[in-house]
Design a protein around this ligand. Structure first.
Ligand SMILES: [Zn+2]
Length: 200
């Protein structure tokens, strides 16, 4: 594009791929960074690299962490007999905001979606099954959607082989709505009012 240095176009094109950032916002960010001190920009660049270098997945629960195991798995005061199964780490963060859940988590890392070529083997399901020793209840806190329901159904069938109670969140989370966008009070009520999935 005439009149725009190539490096600006490059930054713009990289930022415009970020979720929720369009071309215009990407350009605004590029110009904003250009006007900052070099040191400030280096801080941004380093923080981005740290995201990749310092964050890993907890080998127990698959949640993002800088430590192994993660803080939640390591917390002795949390109830390890209740496991809350979620799609991704953002859901853990949302549920932690409610402060009402004191059990532990298991992050699947996605949902079963045959159309996208995602099957059970692509998710952290095997590592969930090996954790069930001390577990009395598994809460399926999975967003209601076609993929979410498929995944919940699959998991509840797998879990039948184990002596655990399987529950799901009470409705109240809008269909197709995301745990991430549900307010804390609604989420807390959804956990407290959880419903047992019968073991037929
Ligand atoms: Zn963990």
């Amino acid at each position: 594009m005439a009149g725009i240095p190539e490096v600006i176009l490059r930054v713009e094109s990289l930022f415009s791929k970020f979720p929720g950032i369009g071309r215009k916002s990407a350009r605004r960010i590029a110009f904003y960074l250009m006007d900052r001190e070099r040191e400030d920009v280096v801080q941004v660049a380093e923080a981005l690299i740290d995201l990749k270098d310092k964050i890993t997945h907890c080998p127990v629960c698959n949640h993002i962490t800088e430590k192994i195991p993660c803080d939640i798995c390591a917390a002795v005061q949390r109830d390890e007999s209740i496991l809350c199964v979620v799609e991704d780490s953002m859901d853990v963060i949302s549920l932690e905001r409610t402060v009402s859940f004191k059990g532990k988590y298991h992050v699947l890392g996605g949902l079963i979606s045959p159309l996208d070529g995602v099957g059970p083997d692509d998710l952290a399901i095997e590592s969930l099954m090996v954790r069930l020793d001390k577990v009395k209840e598994v809460i399926l806190a999975i967003n209601p959607s076609v993929e979410g329901d498929t995944t919940s159904f699959y998991l509840s069938r797998m879990l039948r082989k184990f002596p655990v109670k399987v529950t799901r969140l009470a409705r109240g989370i809008p269909i197709g709505g995301d745990l991430e966008y549900t307010d804390e009070a609604t989420l807390a009520r959804a956990i407290e009012g959880r419903i047992e999935i019968p073991n037929e």
